[in-house]
Design a protein around this ligand. Sequence first.
Ligand code: HEM
Length: 349
Amino acid sequence: MSGLFPKTASWLEERIGLGDLIKRTLTGYGIPARATGLPFCLGGLAILFFLSQLLTGILLLVHYVPTSAGAFHSVERITLEVPFGWFIRGLHSFGATTMIIAVMLHALRVFFFAEYKNPRELHWVTGMILLLLTLFLAFSGYLLPWTQLSYWGSTVGTETLRDIPLIGEQCVQLVRGGTNVGEPTLHRFFALHVVILPLAFLGLFGIHIYFVRRTGQGGPPTIRPGEPKYPFFPNHVAKELLVFAIVLFVLTLLIIFWPEVREEPADPFNTPKHIKPEWYFLPSYQFLKIVSPKWFALLLQGLAVMVLVLWPFLDRSEERDIRKRPLLLAFSILAILVVLGLGVWGHYS
Ligand code: HEM
C-alpha cells in the first residue's frame, strides 16, 4: 500500500508530465533580479485583474438580463437586492478601470525601457492588440446597464464611425444592427463583451506570454547578460499577488465609500445635455471635436494607432537607454502630455 502512491504518481508523471511542466514554467524559471520591482508587476497585475473581471462578470451574469426591457431593472436588482451584488458590481466596474491603468502603465514601462527591441518586436505587437481589446471590452460593457449615460455614450461612440469615408454609414449600421442604438445593439455588445472579446483576449494573452517565455524577460536597458536571476515562482508571483491584494483593498474602500450613483433608465427620445465617454476615450473624443474635417481627424487617429502597433519596426536604433536618446525622450513626454491635456480638456469642455 505504502508504495502505491509514489507508483501512481510516477505513472501519471510519465504520461502527463505535470511535474516537469511546473518545473519548466514555474519553479525552474528565473527573471533578472533587477526586473522584479513594481513596474515589473504591472503585466501580472493586468492578468490578475482580467481573471477578477471574469469571476465578477460570471457572478453578474447570474442575474443580468440582456434585453432592452430587462437590462436596467436587472442591474438595479443586482445593486439593491442581491446579497453583495453592489460589491460584485462595484468590483467589476472599478476593476475595469484598474485593468486599463495597469495595461497602460505596463506598456509605458516596456516603451521607456525599450523592451520591444529585437527579439521582442512581436511581444509589443501582441501587447498593443491586447490593449485595444481591453478598450473594446470596456466600451462594449459600458452599454450593458442600459442607463441614459450608457445608451447615449454608446450612441456618440458608434456615431464617430459615420465619418469614415465611403463605408461610414455601413459601419455604423453593422455595429448598431440598425440605424440607432437599440435591442440589436445590446445583443451585439453583449455577445462581444461576454464571449467574443474575452476569448480573443485569452488566446492573444497566451501568445503574448508564449513570446515572453521564449525570449525570457528583458528588464532595464542597463542589464547585462549573466546577471543574477530571481525565482519567478514562488517569489515573483508572491510579490505580484501582494500588489494585487493591496489594490483590491483600496478598491474595496472605494466601493464602500464611493458607491455608484443611481441612474436613469435609457430613454432613446430624450438626449441628455452632457454626454461624455469614459475617461480613457476622452482624449480621442476631444481630438475628434477640435479637428475637422472629421474624416481627417479619424485618419490621424488611425495612423497614430498604426504607428504605435508597428513601433518596434519603425524605431531602428540599437540604443536601449532612452536617456541617451534625448529627442525620443522629449517627444514621448510631449506626446503623453498632449494626450493627458486632451483628456482633461474633454472632461471640462
Ligand atoms: C491586457 C494586456 C496585457 C497583459 C495581461 C500583459 C501581460 C504581460 C506579462 C505578464 C508580461 C511578463 C511580465 C512583465 O514583463 O511585466 C508581459 C511582458 C511584455 N509585454 Fe505585456 N501585457 C499586456 C499588454 C501589453 C502591451 C499593451 C504592451 C505594449 C504595447 C506589452 C508589451 C510587452 C512586452 C514587450 C513584454 C516583454 C517585456 C520583457 O521581456 O522585458 N504588453 N506582458
